[in-house]
Design a protein around this ligand. Sequence first.
Ligand code: SF4
Length: 458
Amino acid sequence: MRRVGFVSLGCPKALVDSERILTQLRAEGYDISDSYAEAELVVVNTCGFITAAVEESLEAIGEALEEHGTVVVTGCLGERPAEIRARHPKVAAITGQADVGGVMREVRRLLPLELDAFSGLLPLASDAGRPEMAHVKLTPRHYAYLKIAEGCDHRCSFCIIPSMRGDQVSRDAADVLFEAARLVASGTKELLVIAQNSSAYGADLRHRPSRFADRPVAASLLPLVRELAGLGAWVRLHYVYPYPLVEELVALMAEGTLLPYLDVPLQHASPRVLRAMRRPGGAESHLSRIRAWREVCSELAIRSSFIVGFPGETEADVQQLLDFLTEARLDRVGVFTYSAVAGAAANALPGQVPEPEKEERYARVMAVQRRISSERLAAKVGTTVQAIVDDYDELPGEVVARTVADAPGIDGVLRCQTDGTVKIGDLIEARVTGSSEHDLSGSCVRRLPWRPAVGSFG
Ligand code: SF4
């Protein structure tokens, strides 16, 4: 059997692409090796979003070349082949982002399979929606990312995703639902819905319906998430652009259909900076939306991300962001210093902010948010929460779990004492006994059944 090594870098969306490539490799009869020494060829799925990610990707390609020799590069950085070839001229092949077919074409060329009488009978992973297909997952068994669309119709001035991935292309609802049903049937307890902009899902398809479980389901976020919730797993939404439909999503959260968690990247609070970013809104409109959402769903946990040091950002803009955060009291906040990405329109804007100034602004924003996060978590001490168990902790009986307010990898955890019978993927009810800046601690009250399709997460 021919062996292929695989290196996966980047965001959850890139992780899903890696899973698709690995699934197709397996479906065609390639073995996946976790060591360079055993692999006959290495595929590196790269990230090219910010300068640090480009450097990390180029280093990973260099390491794969050094350790192995035959390397196929794919992913976001693959959209800029000249940059890769300038540093690594010996790369065997380069394909673009989400190009499963391109990777397979190059792997077949460089590492042809010896076909036998039976290999033609192997099923193809491109037969999407077939529950019997073995899908390769890079996340633990109990949660999975579900990519519903690729590309983006917005043109934020700091972002090169639309130029790399093109305008939005959504999957049919039935295609997404068959994949989700298969994941749930094989043990997935939490579906993490992702896209560049989940709110716009289906617009490119004019929301055309497709058939799932003998009924038509429109390619639109609301009907899609209702069906997903019916599968009996937690459904968590990421990358939700603040469109009017968010109010209806929040209503589904209030009734327990979706996790009361909204990952809504706002990027700034100053209308002036947001205009330069080619994004709508400002502190006032953000705040009125957040108030409305919280009125509908008091349990709602809001995660957002912000950029500081954007070209032209003044001290007054930073103060506006700090005031907004103080008022909004978001649960989770990611802050990034602006970094010029090759090809982004914002590179040409006047008023580039010096690096030390960006760092100073970053530190100030983080200090405010750390205080808010500490206070919000401290308020949970004494309450009872639902949590999913991600891992065993160091001491016997201790587990690392996540509440409904925490997404894997980016938010906090709940370290929890149990009677030792709790397993990874279990749903538990826990009493919160302590908190820090980012995490909670507590003790397990009981294990809960998975899961009433509609219910309370409190
Ligand atoms: S909405 Fe997101 S993906 Fe689309 S252009 Fe803006 S930052 Fe990039």
